[in-house]
Write a protein that binds this ligand. Structure first.
Ligand SMILES: NC(=O)c1ccc[n+]([C@@H]2O[C@H](COP(=O)([O-])OP(=O)(O)OC[C@H]3O[C@@H](n4cnc5c(N)ncnc54)[C@H](O)[C@@H]3O)[C@@H](O)[C@H]2O)c1
Ligand SMILES: CC(C)[C@H](C(=O)O)[C@@H](O)C(=O)O
Ligand SMILES: [Mg+2]
Length: 358
């Protein structure tokens, strides 16, 4: 029997709807496999600003750090769009990632065979899609200083800073090589080394790390080309490693190879300690509160928690199989439906997954 305390940070928009789905799945797994999972809820994002005056209250930080895994929904939305950058909901998410040193964001992109028709691309392009984006999560433009507004020669300007230390590059790149050794043994490192100094350091560091992984094949690719190749040859990728912002953009793009952003899970891991598991998508204000959201990205994120956080591989596989089964049986939330007939709600999809766990 495994006993774990899970911090749930539902956040904003569809966050609470999809985390509820993931909790129900985890509860059923605990029951079936005789584990004990206890859940404690905390505030993050816009709802934390409303309740506590800040996007990441100290109590959320503390309970998260002390728990065995963090399940997060999403943050942000139009209610808080007027706030300045440092006070916005997204700041809470960036801060929790940084404070727990969750530098390795794993974003698997795998086509479900029953869903190949949901991708805008041709069947033969997407049916073999199965790659992992390893996104650096605690450096780069998101965190560099200075970050400011200033007036120069009577004109307002804004500054963001893209900075990477070699050690930050090395640790994420090693993770990517290690992941590739357990997969098809191919790494593509994505950068913009024809323009950016940080990318030139990135590329050099990748080449240095490569010497420890002689069994892994390595290619470098410029990010604009990578964005194109993801569409033209998505089945050629195995592991993609890249810096923070490129990884953010490429993963939303990659989601459409599977059919929807509502399908992609992620795990954010540090060297040790607690991991954070969240769907790749955001708070989707356009569909929030309507029971329309696809809960599968959040449910698949809970499977990543079972696998990477708790080493419960069998249980994680059971959740993944249940997702495949419901999709195979034709359950479709609106985002992956071909037409409006037989579309299911968030709660109906969740019930179907729980039934498929049996
Ligand atoms: N990790 C996060 O918390 C996170 C990630 C991305 C965006 N955001 C925030 O979310 C807010 C909205 O951002 P956005 O609209 O650019 O991106 P978004 O990911 O919230 O939504 C983009 C589109 O995808 C759809 N979508 C997203 N998730 C879905 C799901 N599970 N099921 C069905 N459809 C889904 C939405 O309806 C929308 O049309 C912003 O405040 C943004 O900062 C948060
Ligand atoms: C909300 C935002 C800060 C976040 C990011 O850019 O990391 C999101 O887009 C994501 O992909 O998790
Ligand atoms: Mg994103």
């Amino acid at each position: 029997m495994t006993q774990k305390t899970i911090t749930v940070l539902p956040g904003d928009g569809i966050g609470p709807e999809v985390t509820t789905a993931a909790i129900e799945v985890l509860e059923r797994i605990a029951q079936k496999f005789h584990h004990k999972f206890s859940f404690q809820e905390g505030y993050i994002g816009g709802s934390a600003i409303d309740a506590k005056g800040e996007p990441l209250p100290e109590e959320t930080k503390e309970m998260s750090a002390k728990s065995d895994g963090i399940l997060l929904g999403a943050v942000g939305g139009p209610d808080w769009d007027h706030l300045p950058g440092a006070k916005r909901p997204e700041k809470g998410l960036l801060e929790i990632r940084k404070s727990l040193d969750l530098y390795a964001n794993l974003r698997p992109v795998k086509a479900y065979s029953s869903l190949v028709g949901a991708s805008p691309l041709k069947r033969e392009k997407v049916e073999e899609v199965d790659f992992l984006i390893v996104r650096e999560l605690t450096g780069g433009l998101y965190f560099g200083e200075p970050r400011k507004r200033e007036e120069v020669n009577g004109e307002e300007q804004a500054v963001d800073t893209l900075v990477y230390k070699k050690s930050e590059i090395r640790r994420i790149v090693k993770r990517a090589f290690e992941a590739a050794q357990l997969r098809k043994g191919k790494v593509v490192s994505v950068d913009k080394a024809n323009v950016l100094e940080s990318s030139r350091l990135w590329r050099e560091t990748v080449d240095e790390c490569k010497t420890d992984y002689s069994n892994v094949e390595l290619d470098h690719m410029l990010v604009d080309n990578a964005a194109m190749q993801l569409i033209s040859q998505p089945d050629a990728f195995d592991v993609i490693v890249t810096e923070n912002m490129f990884g953010d953009i490429l993963s939303d793009e990659a989601s459409m190879l599977t059919g929807s952003l509502g399908l992609l899970p992620s795990a954010s891991l540090g060297a040790t300690g607690v991991g954070l598991y969240e769907p790749v998508h955001g708070s989707a204000p356009d569909i929030a509160g309507k029971n329309l959201a696809n809960p599968l990205a959040a449910i698949a994120s809970s499977a990543m928690m079972l696998k990477y956080g708790f080493q419960l591989e069998k249980e994680a596989a059971r959740v993944e199989e249940a997702i495949e089964k419901v999709l195979g049986d034709g359950y479709r939330t609106a985002d992956i439906a071909q037409d409006s007939t037989g579309v299911v709600t968030t709660t109906e999809m969740t019930e179907a997954v729980i039934k498929a766990l049996e």
